[in-house]
Structures are given as C-alpha cells and as structure tokens.
Design a protein around this ligand. Structure first.
Ligand code: C2E
Ligand code: CA
Ligand code: CA
Ligand code: CA
Length: 277
C-alpha cells in the first residue's frame, strides 16, 4: 500500500506502482496456469475428537509456477476473485476433487472432501446444478463433499448467496462457516444460514495453549455452536496441549499441523491407508 506520512497525505511510492504491474502479470500468468495444469490440490486431514478417527480432508489449492515456484493461495485467490477467474478455478477444484475421490473409493477409502468457496461462487445460481452433475458424473454421492464459506463471503451478497446455499443444502451437502470469529454479525447469520459446521479461526486456536483469552474464546465458540446444534471444528491445532484442551472442551473435530500438514494426493493416500489399516 502507499506509504502515509505523519501529516496523513498519501505519498507516491514506486514500490506500490511496481506491485500493481506485478499483480497484472500474475493475473495473466494465473490464466495460463489454469490452462496448463499448474494447479493441484493438497489435502489436510480432519479428525473426530470423540473417536480419534479421520473424518474428512480439506482440499487446498496450490499453484506451482514454472519459474517462481509455489505461490500461496493467500496471494492468488484474491487475484482470481478480482480478475474474474474464480469460477473457473473453483470448477477445476471441484473436478480435481471428484477425480481424487474416485481413486480413494476404488481402494476402499471413503472420506468427504471439503472445498472452499468464494463469494463469486455462491452468487452463481448455476453452482448447485454444476456440483450435483459433477457428483453424478463421477458416480459419487452428496456425502462425499462438504463446503466451506467465510462469513465475509456470505455477507457481501446475502440474498443471492442464501438462495444458492439453500439449494446446496437441499442436495444434502453439509456447509460450514470458515474462519469463524473473525467477521461480524456471525451469530445472526448462524441463525439464518443452512450451516451444519463452524470452523473456529486458527488465530484463536494456534496459541490457545499459552493464551488464556484465546482459550476462553475457543470455549465460548464451542458452547455457542453446540447450543445451536452445530458441529464445531478447530483449525490450526499445532500442539498436543491444544489438542487435549479441545477434547476437554468438547470440540468435535480438529485440523492442524500437529495432526498433519497439507500434503499432495499420493502422500495423503499413504497416510490414510496407514491410519485405517
Ligand atoms: P483456509 O480455508 O482458512 O485454510 C486453512 C489454511 O491454514 C491453509 O493455508 C492451511 O495450510 C493452513 N493451516 C492448516 N493447519 C495449520 C496450522 O496448524 N497452523 C497454521 N499456521 N496454518 C495451518 P493455505 O493452504 O495456504 O490456504 C490459505 C487460504 O487460501 C485458505 O484458508 C483459503 O481461504 C484459501 N484457499 C485455499 N485453497 C482454496 C480453494 O481451492 N478455493 C478457494 N476459494 N480458496 C482457497
Ligand atoms: Ca477452509
Ligand atoms: Ca479457515
Ligand atoms: Ca482464511
């Protein structure tokens, strides 16, 4: 962003200009990347804290740029949203997930995949039928998928978004609110949205073992979720202590580096096979 002086005037900053150019370059490279299969999915498992079993995996997109190496989704997802590429990207994620699910099914692993949706996705009335035909075409059923949306994604288009979410819900696909606790009006939206799951933002979970306020926030979110009959997931679990605390607090599911970092398909498959042996 442009530097600000103490007077409050925005000052011209050459770095700002050049980063603008980079963003445009990156956008057109992302377009190419979509066409040339530079995108792949990593997967991170989620465990059920009541049974200690794996109960799902989250699909996390990776862009392997031919010269720049891995580029973080934190960097290119916003770009894809601004550049009108996000629907194509999400379609790709859905398709890749289905193909991976078919492979797992063939070797006896049945596990739901969570897909992250953007605001543009839930504004598109075609999304539910696109998802249901993808499921059919791959001979899978609705229980193989879960969807994650952030509150902010929903809030920027409440009316349109609600229709799409209700259609997805009627297909029997569970919906979760991601990054819970970082937006606002969370509670009113929980009441109005067809959600089944809340995912506590990792900023509260990561250091809950040393930060008492964060531990209290996590506890409050778990209690709130349970009072509303929702399943609660904690993401960003980085230590044994946090995992034990979450069990103690009655949290339903956990995800994080302490369990496993996101891994490419083959590595995750090996891990899943060892787990379920
Ligand atoms: P998110 O949906 O909140 O995903 C969780 C992020 O936390 C992932 O980062 C994951 O690698 C990271 N993470 C998992 N466990 C831990 C932990 O224990 N500690 C810490 N510090 N981090 C942990 P990643 O893969 O870089 O993705 C970043 C964000 O990019 C995601 O946040 C999501 O908002 C977005 N994203 C990723 N894949 C997709 C996608 O396919 N579609 C869309 N629309 N967005 C995506
Ligand atoms: Ca997510
Ligand atoms: Ca999250
Ligand atoms: Ca996030």
């Amino acid at each position: 962003a442009a530097k600000r002086m103490k007077t409050g005037y925005a000052v011209y900053d050459p770095k700002f200009e050049s980063s603008g150019i980079n963003r445009l370059n990156l956008m057109s490279e992302l377009k190419k990347g979509l066409q040339h299969d530079q995108l792949s999915l990593y997967f991170q498992p989620k465990i059920n804290l009541h049974t200690s079993r794996v109960c799902g995996v989250e699909a996390l997109i990776r862009w392997h740029h031919p010269t720049r190496g891995f580029i973080s989704p934190e960097e290119f997802i916003p770009l894809a949203e601004q550049g009108g590429l996000i629907r194509e990207l999400t379609s790709r994620v859905i398709r890749m997930s289905m193909e991976h699910l078919q492979h797992w099914k063939a070797i006896g692993i049945s596990i739901p995949v969570s897909i992250n949706l953007s605001v543009r996705d839930i504004q598109d009335n075609n999304l539910p039928s696109q998802i249901s035909s993808a499921i059919e075409n791959h001979a899978l059923d609705a229980s193989c998928l879960e969807l994650e949306i952030t509150e902010s994604a929903f809030m920027s288009a409440p009316q349109k978004g609600l229709r799409v979410l209700k259609n997805l819900d009627s297909l029997g696909i569970p919906m979760g609110i991601d990054d819970f606790g970082t937006g606002y009006s969370s509670i009113a939206y929980l009441r109005d949205l067809p959600v089944k799951i809340i995912k506590i933002d990792r900023s509260f979970v990561m250091d809950m073992d040393s930060n008492d306020n964060n531990r209290k926030i996590v506890k409050s979110i778990i209690d709130l979720g349970h009072n509303l009959d929702l399943q609660v997931v904690a993401e960003g679990v980085e230590s044994r202590t946090s995992l034990d605390m979450l069990k103690e607090l009655g949290c339903d599911m956990a995800q994080g580096y302490f369990i496993l970092k996101p891994r490419p398909f083959d590595e995750l498959t090996d891990w899943l096979q060892k787990k379920t042996d």
